[in-house]
Design a binder for this molecule. Structure first.
Ligand code: UTP
Length: 409
């Protein structure tokens, strides 16, 4: 751990000396806590540069092609699952600020006549594949320092909704400190920085930091299916998706090292990121990066050219993820309301945004892959994200889709 003098030097170098303002008032234990935090967090917060516009659309494997090849894909996928080569990674470290829940999102009950938790929907979906394949799939769950204990306790109490606990492993994602608008790190209390989960792009590094790289090796896992907590309808470790990626070839003849489940946009201007190519590599174009012309461009058959809307359900080859070690992904800053101490050392809960949180994003990991197969899924059956309190992408809209999928609420 850093000594006081070392911490002071580090902070001075980075213009963050104010973090030691209350040091002399602290107990020995609190002093240690603060020095440990200063030691463990990064201090460089370069924002991502502006993106160039050298992007081109890519073709998805369409619903029609999938229907035609379903049996072949499913066979390849199921065989890989049976060989134990597939692991599932649940990204559950987010804070769900838009939904405004006071627990981890997975604990939210979306049932009507019976309890039906978000986590339960995901376990149920995975269990369907387990039944088909006849083997359990190693299931890794990423939490954050904020929701780790709560998540573990809840799932333990619920007996992992019928999943074999031996196949469930947790890991905690890393945190980044939040700053004010001038880049000064905020204090949450006199002995603690205002830390927040470092985004959904840090999962593989956090998995390694937790020692799970050994677990992946020992289990001979070759692919990881990584997905968001809030899409309650998505198929996880979907054998058809896995088979399409493992059995397919990219247009340049190389095997795929990643794939992404995508849906068709509901309208050209929908505010979603689309999977495309940038500088010859797979990439995500945010809705605001597309020109009007690109947004409305159509293929001869009338479908939109830029409509591989991402659902945050990816398949990554483990080897390519390992190659990412040492690659520093861009850090994005997002304006947020951050609970912190004011200048006089009093705790505040701001009503308006008062600073930035910093995040690395999974979409930047995709850009480091050789290629990425967009795999089309039907919006009505596989895309029911719960993001907002009401309106689009809310519990209400998810319930509608669950009903369509035959799930009793
Ligand atoms: P979102 O981008 O929707 O973020 O996460 P969120 O934190 O859940 O919700 P808001 O933006 O605060 O309302 C997409 C997925 O990435 C995970 C989330 O748990 C969700 O599964 N995620 C996000 C993490 O695991 N860690 C993070 O730091 C951020």
């Amino acid at each position: 751990m850093l000594t006081y003098e070392q911490a002071q030097a580090k902070l001075r170098e980075n213009g963050q000396l104010h973090l030691l303002k209350y040091y002399d008032e602290l107990s020995e234990l609190s002093k240690e806590k603060l020095l440990a935090q200063i030691d463990s967090v990064p201090f460089s917060f370069d924002d991502v540069g502006t993106v160039d516009d050298d992007i081109e659309p890519i073709e998805a494997v369409s619903l029609a092609e999938i229907a035609e090849n379903r049996e072949t894909y499913e066979k390849i996928g199921l065989e890989a699952i049976k060989r134990g080569e597939i692991g599932a990674v649940l990204l559950a470290g987010g804070q769900g600020t838009r939904l405004g829940c006071d627990t981890a999102k997975g604990l939210v009950d979306i049932g009507i006549t019976r309890p039906l938790y978000i986590f339960e929907c995901l376990f149920n979906n995975l269990i369907e594949v387990v039944k088909k394949a006849g083997v359990f799939i190693p299931f890794y769950i990423m939490t954050s320092v904020i929701n780790d204990t709560q998540t573990r306790t809840f799932l333990n109490e619920k007996n992992y909704f019928g999943y074999n606990p031996e196949y469930v492993k947790f890991f905690v994602q890393s945190s980044f400190p939040a700053t004010d608008f001038n880049g000064k790190i905020l204090l949450k209390s006199k002995d603690s920085l205002a830390l927040s989960p470092n985004g959904n792009g840090g999962w593989f590094e956090s998995m390694n930091n937790a020692g799970l790289d050994k677990d992946l090796e020992e289990n001979n896992i070759k692919w990881l299916n990584c997905f968001a907590v809030d899409n309650v309808c998505q198929r996880i470790a979907d054998p058809v998706f896995i088979g399409a990626v493992l059995g397919g070839k990219s247009p340049d003849g190389r095997p795929f090292d990643s794939g992404a489940k995508v849906v068709r946009k509901s309208n050209p201007a929908e505010r979603v990121g689309v999977l495309c190519k940038r500088d010859g590599k797979p990439a995500v174009a945010e809705y605001y990066e597309l020109s009007d012309e690109q947004m409305n461009a159509r293929r001869p058959d009338g479908t939109l050219k830029w409509d591989n809307a991402l659902t945050l359900n990816y398949l990554f080859a483990l080897q390519s993820l390992k190659n990412l070690r040492g690659v520093s992904l861009p850090v994005h800053k997002v304006k947020k309301k951050i609970k912190c101490l004011d200048d006089s050392g009093n705790p505040i809960s701001p009503e308006i945004e008062n600073g930035y949180k910093y995040e690395i994003l999974i979409l930047d990991m995709v850009h480091e892959m050789n290629n990425c197969l967009p795999f089309e899924v039907l919006r009505e059956y596989e895309f029911a994200p719960i993001k907002n309190k009401e309106g689009v992408d809310s519990i209400e809209t998810a319930r509608e889709l669950l009903k369509k999928n035959g799930v009793k609420l």
